[in-house]
Design a protein around this ligand. Structure first.
Ligand SMILES: Nc1ncnc2c1ncn2[C@@H]1O[C@H](COP(=O)(O)OP(=O)(O)OP(=O)(O)O)[C@@H](O)[C@H]1O
Length: 257
């Protein structure tokens, strides 16, 4: 699905990834874990084409086998839910427009942009699916962080993408909103959508995720199946802190040793 070969990427003046290699396969759900600043979001932004890698003859970033995927193809592959995106929305955007804006790949919907009947139907369909119709006419600034995040998820699903990227999905959500979002994430995988999650919270690694990638200082330090990789020892090494890990009903919880 995506293949990164020898990738170097900067954020501002800072070289975050160097000689970075990764292959993501069709049909798998993956969690990328690593401490603050290790480069998780940078990796996701390379995939969503928000940033570009340094062009070198020996490097390539292929999505669905293509170096130059067009925007429509990219949207069919990927939907994105992130705090960064949430912060971009203007306070006055109405709930329904947040979802509709995904059709246009835009932030908000301007009055001169007319959606077709089919597009309106699709917006209603996704809103109903996530039970968000009650937010249609409410301004973004009046919504709780959890409601905003669910609208962003609806926006991400508008093109029925095969993969949804979540960058720290439950960040700043209360328990109710977190659990709702986690339940929806699980339903997505069960219905055949892949998840690609970047996080430093093990509780966001929903039971359906099978592959785990550990990142540290811009490098992948481990990559493999959840059962063998997600252990107290490995996480203690990754985060440089002594921790214990509990697994209950397929969910992981870390706490101080
Ligand atoms: N716009 C920017 N300009 C300069 N440096 C940046 C910028 N964005 C991120 N960085 C730096 O790049 C490094 C990698 O950041 P990135 O957001 O990819 O890490 P992360 O693993 O997602 O971190 P976190 O878990 O805290 O979100 C960090 O040191 C960060 O400070």
């Amino acid at each position: 699905m995506a293949e990164l070969n020898n990738i170097t990427a900067f954020r501002g003046e800072r070289k975050v990834l160097e000689n970075f290699n990764l292959t993501l396969h069709d049909g798998e759900s993956v969690a990328i874990l690593g401490p603050n600043g290790c480069g998780k979001s940078t990796l996701l932004k390379l995939l969503t084409r928000e940033i570009y890698h340094v062009q070198r003859p020996d490097s390539s970033l292929l999505i669905k086998g293509q170096e130059h995927i067009n925007l429509m193809q990219l949207r069919e592959w990927l939907g994105v839910v992130s705090q960064d995106l949430q912060e971009l929305y203007t306070p006055y955007t109405l709930g329904r427009d947040v979802v509709a804006s995904g059709l246009l790949g835009a932030i908000g919907v301007h009055t001169h942009l007319q959606l077709t009947d089919a597009q309106q139907e699709r917006v209603d369909e996704v809103i109903d699916k996530l039970g968000l119709a009650y937010l249609n006419d409410t301004m973004f600034q009046r919504l709780s962080t959890g409601q905003q995040r669910r609208l962003l998820l609806a926006r991400a699903l508008i093109h029925n993408p095969s993969t949804v990227i979540f960058d720290e999905p439950t960040n700043s959500l209360d328990l109710q909103a977190s659990f709702e979002l986690i339940a929806t994430m699980r339903e997505l995988v069960q219905a055949g959508t892949n998840l690609l999650i970047a996080t430093h919270h093990v509780q966001e690694v929903v039971p359906e995720i099978e592959r785990i990638i550990f990142m540290k200082s811009g490098q992948i330090v481990a990559d493999g199946d959840k059962a063998s990789l997600l252990t107290a020892n490995n996480l203690s090494d990754l985060y440089g802190v002594n921790l214990k890990l509990m697994v209950q009903d397929g969910f992981y919880h870390a706490y101080p040793a």
